[in-house]
Design a protein around this ligand. Structure first.
Ligand SMILES: [Fe+2]
Ligand SMILES: [Fe+2]
Length: 418
């Protein structure tokens, strides 16, 4: 198991006998909350878990300890290694000896069933109770205070505090990725144009996304950067952009009441593929990224059983998505217009502020708050005010973004002032 960190008090005789007591600890998440044990006596938190007994595997100890302490039943098949923390200090039962504890942390899920809690003496004495919390990092302060006050096992309280921080980061990433996957799968809940008699499935959409990732991710390319914006200066990913634009296409579609002329699935597919030609056009320099995306999209769709006319329609959207001047043409295809608006909506608003901050910093390592404020006034706000939105739905989201940028710039102006 991967080692997270070591807590070595070095308060012992290094030649003394070593007493080992390994333990197993559980990181359990359910409905966005994490299970922890709260000591009512000393007011600190720890993960459920405890010592591994003679003849027990760490996994068996994990299931038993969680059941005894919290009453929840761990599903053994979901147990997944996270990392270990080694603790070494003077053995309080033998002043000549060393107490060594390898703490194994695991991610796992629990079932619906709940059994009565069976606590050990020290657990009763510390008045432990299971609680569900949203952010582990919110407990850091509590544990730090408990250490300051004294009482309880300071080394344990500190160790758990550090693992809270590390585990929270892992959980946050998992949550984000799970929600993203669910959102992509949910695209399949709407079907307006079945493919070969069946609606597209969540797996179909996930496969397209994976394909676009495989084309875009190996190379970070920014062949046609706009004036004044060089996104390559920080970790801008065209693939991540494509996913975000997909979110905007979906939001615009959902908000639009009159869906005449809209081809939901074709719009979603065109959005997924709209920038797939970025790597190709940057590598060859022969054509625009929109044009370069057409053959890539065509090949994928035909290989996946899309009829030729539908394939050509989707490719038409991909090939024309950069022709933003067409947005004001009265007879523009509604799907093309929606894709263009979605494409514009990304990189604006709150995200635009962060992006522009990164750009300022990338260009000048010593950039100050004033430099950021100045950039917001010169680029971010004017771009925000120069709205290219045509539809009421596009305008709605754009206005929302303008409001946050306007407010942010007002507040930062005050914050950097005397
Ligand atoms: Fe594009
Ligand atoms: Fe784009």
């Amino acid at each position: 198991m991967r080692e997270l960190f070591t807590v070595d008090k070095k308060d012992y005789n290094p030649d003394g006998p070593v007493f080992r007591r390994p333990s197993a600890r559980a990181i359990i998440e359910r409905d966005g909350k994490v299970l922890v044990m709260h000591s009512r006596k000393y007011d600190y938190y720890k993960f459920p878990g405890g010592g591994i007994e003679q003849g027990e595997t760490p996994e068996q100890a994990l299931v038993r300890e969680v059941r005894e302490e919290s009453g929840y039943i761990v599903k053994p098949e979901t147990i997944e290694e996270y990392g270990s923390v080694l603790r070494r200090n003077i053995d309080d039962k033998n002043p000549d000896g060393i107490f060594e504890q390898q703490n194994y942390y695991y991610f796992c899920d629990i079932g619906e069933e709940r059994v009565p809690i069976v606590q050990e003496d020290y657990e009763i004495e510390e008045a432990f109770e299971p609680v569900w919390v949203e952010f582990l990092t919110s407990l850091t302060r509590c544990n730090r205070e408990a250490i300051r006050r004294g009482g309880g096992d300071a080394a344990l309280i500190e160790r758990e505090m550090r693992v809270f921080d590390m585990a929270d980061e892992v959980l946050r990433k998992r949550r984000f990725e799970r929600e993203e996957r669910e959102a992509i799968e949910a695209l399949a809940l709407i079907s307006t144009a079945p493919l070969n008699g069946r609606p597209l499935s969540g797996t179909d959409y996930l496969d397209m996304i994976e394909y676009v990732r495989s084309v875009l991710e190996p190379v970070q390319t920014e062949g046609e950067g706009g004036v004044g914006v060089h996104k390559l200066e920080f970790g801008y990913s065209r693939f991540e952009h494509s996913k975000r634009v997909l979110g905007w296409s979906k939001r615009l579609y959902d908000r639009t009441e009159d869906k005449t002329g809209l081809r939901y699935e074709d719009l979603m597919i065109a959005t997924i593929f709209h920038d797939v030609g970025r790597s190709e056009s940057a590598r060859t320099g022969l054509m625009s990224h929109a044009a370069a995306g057409v053959p890539i999209t065509r090949e994928y769709l035909l290989a996946h059983g899309f009829p030729e006319d539908r394939t050509e329609y989707i490719c038409g959207l991909v090939g024309a998505h950069s022709d933003k001047w067409r947005m004001t043409e009265p007879d523009i295809d509604r799907n093309l217009l929606m894709l263009m608006e979605a494409d514009y909506l990304d990189d604006m608003g709150a995200l635009g502020l962060v992006m522009d901050t990164l750009i300022v910093r990338a260009r000048n390592e010593k950039a100050t708050f004033y430099d950021c404020y100045n950039h917001f006034c010169r680029y971010t706000l004017p771009m925000q005010y120069d709205s290219p939105m045509v539809t009421p739905e596009g305008k709605f989201f754009w206005d929302e973004k303008t409001e946050i940028v306007q407010r942010f710039v007002d507040l930062i102006r005050r914050d950097i002032s005397v």
